[in-house]
Design a protein around this ligand. Structure first.
Ligand code: AR6
Length: 169
């Protein structure tokens, strides 16, 4: 079973096998976590996105690229539903975590760091985004040994810790 932890900080600074990106369907970069990962990883990340995903990715799906200059080996990009634009199907958010862990298993990644997918620019209510993240990661049949949710601020961090406690972690 996967060990799940909460971390307060910047996802690009995590020392893990795979870092998860909250991308969009075009997969050509953006703001938030996506911008931070492309800036820190350098141009190889975008080059690999273009080469491996000429048509981008569907909402709820995930796919990997190199992590470029990041200390991680891979970036696993996933596309959350855009709540702010009316995409309210929670199963798509759950699917992001499931599919990301499936991709991590294909890569034989053992450690992974997730941001709170859809909880920023895409406007998913944070407490529910946290519940979806914690519950889905804990229930996933994965060979990943250690997962962490990286919270970008102290309030989000406290809320992730609360949900972990409620889940018995
Ligand atoms: N490290 C960890 N968490 C972060 C960081 C960071 N460096 N930066 C932001 N967060 P968002 P989304 C938090 O907006 O809602 C992009 O333009 C942030 O506080 O990155 O899925 C993409 O290209 C929030 O809790 O992702 C898409 O178009 C969480 O990460 C769109 O935004 C996710 O915020 C995706 O929106």
């Amino acid at each position: 079973m996967v060990t799940l932890d909460a971390v307060l900080g910047d996802i690009t600074r995590q020392d893990v096998d795979a870092i998860v990106n909250a991308a969009n369907t075009r997969m050509r970069g953006g703001g938030g976590v996506d911008g931070a990962i492309h800036r820190a990883g350098g141009p190889d990340v975008l080059r690999d996105c273009v080469a491996r995903f000429p048509d981008g990715l569907a909402v709820g799906d995930a796919g990997w690229t190199t992590a470029g200059r990041l200390s991680a080996r891979w970036v696993i990009h996933t596309v959350g539903p855009n709540h702010a634009a009316g995409q309210r199907d929670r199963s798509l958010l759950v699917s992001c975590y499931r599919r990301t862990l499936e991709v991590a298993d294909e890569l034989a990644a053992r450690t992974i760091a997730f941001p709170l997918i859809s909880a920023g620019i895409y406007g998913w209510p944070r407490r529910d985004a946290i519940a979806a993240a914690v519950d889905t990661i804990l229930a996933a049949p994965t060979r990943v040994g250690e997962a962490r949710i990286v919270a970008f601020g102290p309030d989000a961090y406290d809320e992730v810790r609360e949900r972990l406690s409620a889940a018995g972690v």
